[in-house]
Write a protein that binds this ligand. Sequence first.
Ligand code: SAM
Length: 239
Amino acid sequence: LFVDADLAQSAEITLDKDQSLYLAAVLRKAIGDEAVLFNGRDGAWLCRLTADSKKSVALQCVEQIAPQPPRLDLWYGFAPLKNERLDYVIQKAVEMGTGTIQPVMTQLTQVHRLKTDRLHANAIEAAEQCEVLNVPEIAPEVTLERLLACWPVEHAERQLIFADEAAASASPLETLQSLKGKKVGLLIGPEGGFSPSEREKLLSLSFVTPISLGPRILRADTAAVAALAVIQATIGDWR
Ligand code: SAM
């Protein structure tokens, strides 16, 4: 369970109403039972329930069972998709391992109002389900124009891998292997793809590396998972 509290030997944690209800009523945990808590900073802690009311469960930290892993250093930018597809890309980005997730507004992006709270809640839920101790940071949305203008300063020495369905359909493996050891980011376009002028701009920049994910056009959410998988397989876990 993710908690927004410091975890340390003997620390006492009181859960909020929803988490208390989940532990006491859904998982039927009672005083003396154990639960594992994490906060994205202090590793995973085995804790014991000291109060089990459905409105307010309290726990005490017993021992750290996993250290906090180093923060993953993969930036992932995506043009926001609608509803469930947006939830899906956030969940998969957490499962596949990313350090920062940033919504990028492009000319053909169809979603203009984003609920950052929902993105964050989704990231936490995915981390809880998959025992990912690092919850990615959700960075504020940015326009593609601003992102690219600020990239050399804000992402110094990070190469931006651009998933480009119009790229020559050669395997991305060699290209990605040549980036091994470097900091990287991944950019995926919206349902309608990048506009011709956006694509032209991206291809003109020295910090952008285009990759193809095969000769077929993938849905944006599929492309995100496929790209994260090939990056994972070639560049490693971004440390
Ligand atoms: N209309 C579909 C949808 O609703 O998802 C397809 C959208 S596709 C144009 C969206 C993005 O996925 C593209 O901008 C690109 O970043 C990525 N993409 C899709 N197929 C790809 C491929 N074969 N190679 C590289 N990137 C791809």
